[in-house]
Design a protein around this ligand. Structure first.
Ligand code: ADP
Length: 412
């Protein structure tokens, strides 16, 4: 009886099925007691699935859907009897759709866990064909001869992070964005102002040399005035240098973080409302490169910037609105993260200067987002660059240092 296995409640349900002394006393009575117990267990499971607030899907080892919770029916747009017995891959888009059977087979033969007990961001597909980012945790159940998997799903576009957590995240990232934008501006200004200041100091030095040779009456007073002016120019230059150093040092709190979690939080923030704009988002994360050494808020800032830029360009310019976020382990202890869109591509007039401050094509844009991304990524020891996406659109890529297992042990 497959419905024995609701995750978490399996012991309780199995317990209710254990034959009692009276059930064993004769064949017929045993059968009816068993049937009653099974009915009761089934009813309990049904009521759990109807009331559990989470989206839950139970599948067997062939990947066939056994049960869905009501929330899952609602989330995917299917009634249980439309999908019961069908392959669960129907609830995911390509390429997972074609590959899900082999994921299952690989796990059943190798026991290698890539999602079970770990949890990952993947993409779900609703009955109407639209997709959404979701966080999936899979639990496993073995009972007697059978083997089941239970998926717990959180819809990330529907802001299933609690409101408080979401607000917290939002205010952290917004606060940091302003702070970094200010820093970036100060740094640019410092650079711009330093050049004329150096020129002033050089001219004054020249004047001083000329005045050293002059013999008219007021020359000493002029020399003194020019010396003081040069001192002040140097002092201003010094202040500016200190400001740049302060900004460059910044406040950074690097720890071992899960890239999947960073992406989950950042994309939830950035994708709020994206569903209304009919943007289809997919994630392809490399489980081999999940732990990174990063300042959580700064990297979220980078991701939010890149994803928001992509959504803006998709909403304004594209009919086919796809956004793909992926990560791939590199050979040199780095992981490459990419945010790719099917938008109109880069405007030629900004393409060359994209990562410099104040470069924008937007009427209300500051043109600071990408230069901030570069500052943050380079401070993390990574690189950021942009490429044309073959077939239209843009791909932003950046690298981050991965954290070894030893470092993870020391992380809190
Ligand atoms: P802002 O968003 O304020 O303009 P950014 O530094 O984030 O500042 O972006 C600079 C410019 O880069 C944008 O004005 C836009 O022209 C271009 N850009 C950024 N992301 C994309 C993208 N995904 N597709 C096309 N152009 C982009």
């Amino acid at each position: 009886m497959p419905v024995l296995d609701a995750a978490g409640d399996v012991k309780w349900i199995l317990h209710s099925l254990e034959p009692t002394g009276s059930a064993l006393s004769n064949g017929g009575r045993q059968y009816s007691a068993m049937a009653l117990a099974l009915d009761a267990a089934e009813a309990r499971l049904r009521s759990i699935l109807q009331t559990v607030p989470d989206a839950m899907i139970i599948i067997d080892e062939q990947g066939r859907i056994e049960s869905l919770s009501s929330t899952a029916e609602h989330l995917f747009g299917y009634a249980l009897d439309e999908v019961q017995g069908r392959n669960v891959s129907q609830l995911m888009p390509s390429p997972d759709r074609e590959q899900h059977d082999s994921y299952l087979k690989r796990y059943l033969t190798t026991g290698e866990r890539r999602i079970i007990g770990i949890g990952r961001i993947v993409v779900g597909q609703r009955k109407d064909g639209t997709t959404f980012p979701m966080h999936l945790t899979v639990g496993e159940l073995r009972s007697a001869e059978r083997h089941y998997f239970t998926g717990f799903i959180r819809d990330l576009t529907d802001q299933q992070l609690t409101e408080t957590r979401l607000k917290e995240l939002q205010s952290e990232v917004t606060h940091m964005s302003r702070f970094t934008a200010l820093g970036e501006m100060a740094s640019t200004l410092a650079h711009e102002i330093n050049q004329p200041l150096t020129a002033i100091a050089n001219y004054l030095r020249g004047c001083q040399r000329l005045l050293d040779r002059a013999e008219y009456e007021s020359a000493p007073t002029l020399r003194e005035a020019v010396r003081k002016a040069a001192d002040q120019a140097l002092r201003a230059g010094h202040i500016i240098r200190r400001l740049r150093e302060f900004v460059a040092r910044g406040e950074s709190d690097r720890r071992v973080e899960s890239l999947a979690k960073l992406l989950e939080d950042a994309s939830t923030l950035a994708l709020m409302g994206a569903r209304e704009n009919a943007v289809t988002v997919s994630f392809r994360l490399d489980p081999e490169a999940d732990l990174v050494l990063a300042d959580r808020i700064q990297i979220q800032q980078v991701l939010v910037n890149l994803i928001r830029n992509a959504i803006e360009v998709l909403t304004e310019t594209a009919n086919d609105r796809r956004l793909e976020i992926s990560s791939v382990a590199q050979s040199d202890e780095m992981v490459e993260v990419s945010v790719s869109d099917t938008g109109a591509g880069l405007a030629p007039e900004v393409a060359r200067y994209l990562f410099q401050p104040f470069v924008t094509t937007k009427r209300k844009g500051m043109g600071l987002g990408l230069s901030i991304c570069r500052t943050i990524i380079e401070a993390h020891g990574g690189k950021i660059w942009v490429e044309d996406r073959g077939g239209g659109g843009t791909v932003f890529r950046f690298t981050l240092r991965t954290a070894g297992v030893g470092e993870a042990d020391h992380a809190d």
